[in-house]
Design a protein around this ligand. Structure first.
Ligand SMILES: Nc1cc(-c2ccc3ccn(Cc4ccccn4)c3c2)[nH]n1
Length: 237
């Protein structure tokens, strides 16, 4: 898989080369390109934003600079992912879909966002996903992109080591994971649940499922309410 990211703060994405994505890069499983949007400016001030039509606070990112950038960075077979508070929810299902792509391009906006015509124009030749990572507003797209890349890259075969796996991920079977324990068996007067010491793998699996279900009912009853809308093949934003 190749991932390209466009940002006016390319250094913000440097941590992606550590930890998981970094290992994937070293193993040749992932190619990562980070691009400074200002490389596509033509004025002496290297301007990327302007005042919003219709008035309102803040600035909007210019279509001309983004358009020329995406012409260079985003080929027709790529999936263009645009983080925005006004997008379709990014879920584990979205991460699964993204992990099967050969080329992802992430457009990190700032200010009040990017001129909508950038995505209307891009949609003439590439698939576009406007995606939200949660119902809160960030200052820009970089943090959202790092979260989406981590959730996506860990699902690529070979990225997680043998003793880590995503098969039992939270959300992958629709319920939250139950509690986890490690040594020591007694700690500050608190004990590990005896079932986990029993060696009875069927009982342990059943207990973990019950614990996950109870946690889900208590904290995330919405997950038990049935399928939700998320950014995926049939939900183009
Ligand atoms: N789940 C998410 C995603 C974002 C996000 C993603 C990209 C950008 C580019 C700019 N902003 C700030 C901003 C503020 C007000 C209205 C629009 N955008 C972003 C915010 N916030 N929360």
């Amino acid at each position: 898989m190749r991932i390209d990211i466009v940002s006016i703060f390319p250094d913000y994405l440097a941590p992606l080369r550590l930890s998981l994505p970094g290992k994937a890069i070293d193993r040749g499983i992932l190619e990562l390109g980070v691009h400074d949007l200002r490389s596509w400016t033509r004025d002496v001030h290297r301007s990327v934003d302007d005042t919003p039509y219709g008035g309102g606070p803040g600035m909007v990112m210019r279509p001309d600079v983004w358009g020329e950038c995406l012409d260079d960075v985003c080929p027709d077979d790529a999936l263009l992912v645009v983080p925005t508070p006004a997008g379709v929810p990014f879920t584990q299902a979205t991460a699964e879909e993204f992990s099967t792509e050969s080329h992802l391009v992430f457009a990190c906006g700032r200010y009040e966002g990017i001129d909508q015509r950038v995505f209307d124009d891009a949609a003439r030749r590439v698939r576009v996903r406007e995606v939200s990572i949660g119902d809160f507003v960030l200052i820009g797209g970089e943090v959202a992109v790092m979260a989406m890349i981590e959730a996506t890259v860990r699902l690529i075969p070979g990225v997680l080591g043998n003793n880590e796996s995503h098969e039992q991920d939270s959300f992958s079977d629709g319920i939250l994971e139950g509690p986890a324990y490690t040594r020591p068996q007694q700690w500050r007067g608190l004990s590990v649940p005896p079932v986990l010491l029993s060696g009875d793998h069927a009982r342990i699996a059943a207990w973990r499922h019950e614990q996950g279900l109870a946690r889900t009912e208590a904290l995330r009853p919405d997950l038990l309410a049935g399928p939700t809308v998320s950014a995926g093949p049939d939900h183009t934003a």
